[in-house]
Design a protein. Structure first.
Length: 244
């Protein structure tokens, strides 16, 4: 999570477009600094950039496209940093607990869900299929091992601290790590073992455990507190061993 924030004014934005040095500095520090671009600064940079580029004999449309890319990068990084700060400030490290629907904790949990959905999810969806998604989920509390392959359904994990994905696993399923029963929010920890595969369209409920090397077919449902044996193929809703 970035530990510092920096507001970029119109002058810095223009220099980042026209020169390589400032752009390289911004790119090299993007992982430790959140860049915030005020709307007025962006508007001022866009207003003056075209004329400056024409004077230098450049292409104003190309420069404006670069400016918009930098603005999008800075805004996306800021929104993700805001979401991370909101989660840790309001919920901290989530635990396997029970919370009544009208509790303060449930209100904070719901607020974090809305912030993630509105601000960070659209950004992370553009990064699906890249290692940046794993970095993002780790920052939000998911325990992820090495060489993990993540599918396109993990831009938002509602209860990130409740899932552990071990080394070399492939995960493209939907995660349902809580339930509301009798107006009580129940959270449960789930584990996806090393080298296992949970295919696209499958659903993993809270409290489930996928053994190392197990394979869950598409559109399957792993029920809550269900334990799948290592190295076995599973399919169905609820899951059953293939060939059983």
């Amino acid at each position: 999570m970035p530990s510092k924030a920096l507001v970029l004014d119109a002058n810095i934005l223009i220099r980042a477009v026209l020169g390589q040095r400032v752009r390289r500095i911004l790119e090299s520090h993007a992982d430790v600094i959140s860049f915030f671009i005020p709307e007025t600064a962006y508007a001022e940079a866009e207003e003056h950039l075209a004329a400056l580029v024409v004077k230098r004999g450049g292409e104003p449309e190309k420069a404006l496209r670069l400016l918009r890319s930098l603005a999008a990068l800075g805004t996306g990084a800021f929104l993700c940093a805001l979401t991370i700060a909101t989660k840790w400030a309001l919920l901290g490290r989530m635990r396997e607990e029970r919370h009544v629907l009208w509790s303060c904790w449930c209100s904070r949990w719901d607020f974090v869900f809305e912030v993630w959905s509105a601000y960070a999810r659209p950004v992370i969806e553009t990064l699906e299929g890249t290692p940046l998604v794993a970095w993002w989920l780790r920052a939000m509390g998911v325990r992820i091992g090495r060489r993990v392959v993540l599918g396109t359904s993990l831009a938002q994990v509602v209860d990130p601290d409740m899932i552990e994905i071990e080394d070399d696993a492939t995960v493209a399923c939907h995660l349902q790590l809580h339930s509301f029963e009798d107006r009580v929010l129940k959270l449960g920890h789930s584990r996806i073992g090393a080298g296992s595969t949970v295919s696209a369209g499958a659903l993993l409920l809270y409290g489930a455990s996928i053994g190392a090397g197990a394979r869950v077919a598409e559109q399957s449902v792993v029920m809550k507190h269900e334990h799948l044996l290592p190295g076995q193929d599973y399919a169905g809703a609820p899951t059953r061993p293939v060939g059983a």
